[in-house]
Every structure is written in structure tokens, then in C-alpha cells.
Design a protein around this ligand. Sequence first.
Ligand SMILES: *Cc1c(COP(=O)(O)O)cnc(C)c1O
Length: 427
Amino acid sequence: MIPSPLPGAPQLAYRDDALHLEDVALADLARSHGTPLYVYSKAAMLGALAAYQRGFAGREVQICYAMKANSTLGVLQLFARAGCGFDIVSGGELRRVLAAGGEAAKVIFSGVGKTQAEMREALAAGIGCFNVESEAEIDVLDAVAREMGAVAPISIRVNPNVDPKTHPYISTGLKGNKFGVAHERAVAVYQHAAALPGLRVLGIDCHIGSQITEETPYLDAMDRVLDLVAAIEAQGIRLHHIDFGGGLGIDYQGDTPPAADALWTRLLARLDARGYGQRKLLIEPGRSLVGNAGVCLTEVLYNKPGESKNFCIVDAAMNDLPRPAMYQAYHAIVPLRLPAAGAATTTVDVVGPVCESGDWLGRDRVLSVRPGDHLAVLSAGAYCMSMASNYNSRGRGAEVLVDGAVAHLIRQRETSEDQMRGERLPD
Ligand SMILES: *Cc1c(COP(=O)(O)O)cnc(C)c1O
């Protein structure tokens, strides 16, 4: 009934039948802060970062945390203090980085739809690099930079056309995707960009998808990108850095992605073999730094037996944990207190209170729970709170960062006043 070991959650364990994250009993947090409650482990986040750092030992690398995975200020501060840069996709994310104490010079700006206002804001802040995603964007960024008397540092995102073998909604490096410049166009686009006075070509980048659990797509993408580096440099355009994006998967349900250090040992060997081992590297990991560092706690409201299905209705919903509704994603769901040996179990769909049939968190789970019991939805550190919404006028949950035996509240539960701020009655 309880997945054993708990999928991918290094700091999560039962002690005396009570689920702990680091040295904090999660039931205590649920009682003191209410539910739904996101709880993150600082040690798990820094441990995930350390795996990358080990893989890159002795190399010139800038790890840019892809903050859309979890953009809470307390989480950003932790990565900023650990020396990370940030991969951002909006002006709002830039403001969060600066508010959390991150350095603008270590920020790279990705995304297919940057507005001119966002470009101006990022140039004024002095970000490290724009990852440009289309030919049209190149000309707009050049014009915006020249108007400001600035020069925009750029890298061009190329689409290596490799299959990351992941969910189609989170695959980004195939021909049919909206991201990046086609491999065949890349050299011509670099020649065009290099001739523009408002731009300075710094590097090249790719990002092929998310929740990638195999090594081969990365090796294939690296080969394709290095082929382009050679072709672009043959035109006299020097590339100072190569950015291999993010996308490394985590264990949600017995998934076995390569460990970050093992993956990068292999990728760096390939880079060395092709003569690019001394080049500055950037990477943009998101999910793999935070996903398994977090859980979402929820209270059981009702058991609702049915003819064809039994439902366990909890107080967290698709607005708090959108991944199951969006991608049919699997999250392990476990009790905060282990049931007594031999307790009766039922197979249930764990669902939220939102008025949508798509509002489910887990299907066909074997649980032994009564109203008032608490459950933890695992692997909830990435793409959960950052994707949460107010649908059904539900306030977004509170967030706690655990550090050893200490629990810091890093976001208050959202109130109705928070939600209605900014709204006006017409008369
Ligand atoms: C989302 C994203 C990432 C991070 O992806 P993960 O799968 O969370 O590691 C990195 N780079 C870009 C451009 C992205 O859009």
C-alpha cells in the first residue's frame, strides 16, 4: 500500500509510524498551518544541486535554476545563496529573482514570447543573456537594445529535433514544437544576428523537454548542438558558452532517470571527445532541483463509496496540484500516519472539491483513511505551487521550508482579501 521506498524523496521517512521531512513531523505542520500545505526540504534541494556540482567538478559552469518549477522567494533565496543563476521566462520572474537577492548578471531569459517591455526591463537590470527563440525576436531585441543605447547579450535557442521520449505536452525539442530555431536555419540566423549592432552573440542553447528519464536524448542533442557550434564557428562567429537546458526527470512512480552527476560525467566525456571540454557551460535544471524536495499535505474530508468507484475527497484540488489534470501525471499519495497492521483498506480515487471531473489527484489508490486523517502528495516541489490557481475562488496554500528540525513559513495562506484585491465593482 505504501510505496517502499517512498519514490525519490531523500529526506522523507516514517519514524514511529509518523511521516517526517528531515526532522519535522509533517502531521504537526498540518495541524499548526492547516492544509493544503506545501512543505519543502532545504537539504533535499541543496542535495539535488550538489549532484550537479559534483558532475561538473573542475569545469566552468553556471547552473541557472529554471525557476518556473518553483518560484517562491524563499526557494529562490536558497539557490541564490548557493551560487545559482536563474533561467527566467517573464519580467515577473526577473522581479522575483531580484527580490530574493539573486544576481541579474547570472540571469538568462528564455521564452518564445518576450514583450518589448520585458526586454527593456531585463536590459536595464543587466541580465547575463537572452535566449532568443525566433528570427522575429532577434530583430525586435536588436531594435529595443539600440533605442536604449545598449547591446543585448544573446544566445540562440536551436531546436535539435530529437525525441526526449516524454509526455508530448512537455516535449520541446521536436520539429513540431513552438520552441527554438530549426536546426537547418541556425547558421543563417547566427550570421544575421552577428551583423546586428544591438546584439552581441555569446552562446548557443537548447532545451529538449522535461521529465526526461533516459540519457540517449541528451547525448543526441549534444551531438546535434556541437555540429552546429562547429558550423557557426566556421563562419567566424565565436560562441563563448554552450547551454544544454534542463529537463532531467525525477522519480514519481519508480521512474529511473540517470543521476545528475552520472549523466553529466557521460555528457562531459562526449564534450571532451569532441574537443569542446574547455568551453563555458550553462544548464537550466528546474524539476530535478526541487521536485522531490517537496510534498503537499492534505486532509481527508469524506469517504464516498460508489457502485463502480470509491472516492476519497480531500481538501487539496486541481488548483493546488494541476499536474494530474493537465498531464495525467502520477503523484504518490501516502498517509502521514501509518495505519495499524491489518487495518482495512479500500481502493479509491483521491479527488478534490473543485467542480470538474478532471479534479483528481490520484486514481485507484489503496488507502486506509478516515475523515480528518492527513495524506501527503509526494514529488510536489516542482510545477505544483508555481502552477496553482484560484479556480473556484480557492486561496492558494501556505508553504513551509524545513531545515533540520526548524520549519520556516515562507508563504502565508492566501486569503479572500488577497484574491479580491484589485477588483472593482462597476458602480
Ligand atoms: C522549463 C524549462 C527548463 C526547466 O525544465 P525542467 O524540466 O524543469 O528541468 C529549462 N529551460 C527552459 C528554456 C525551460 O522552458
